[in-house]
Design a binder for this molecule. Structure first.
Ligand SMILES: [Zn+2]
Length: 64
């Protein structure tokens, strides 16, 4: 089982590499429910792409 173990130094380097490679949250790409790719920031702030937010706002207005 000794060959399976990973030296902690390597995993730390891997972690660091991955952390550096990760772009900021605001630039990460996410997919909206409609299939449109938007930034993660947009999804966190509005929960959907601009088009879906507008449609949702319109529906709320009409329902009221
Ligand atoms: Zn959308």
């Amino acid at each position: 089982m000794s060959s399976w173990g990973t030296p902690s130094r390597v995993s730390t380097d891997l972690y660091r590499e991955r952390t550096v490679a990760e772009p900021p949250v605001s630039l990460r790409r996410k997919r909206c429910a409609c299939g449109k790719v938007v930034t993660a920031k947009q999804l966190v702030q509005y929960g959907a792409c601009v088009a879906c937010v507008r449609i949702a706002a319109k529906q709320v207005k009409e329902a009221a």
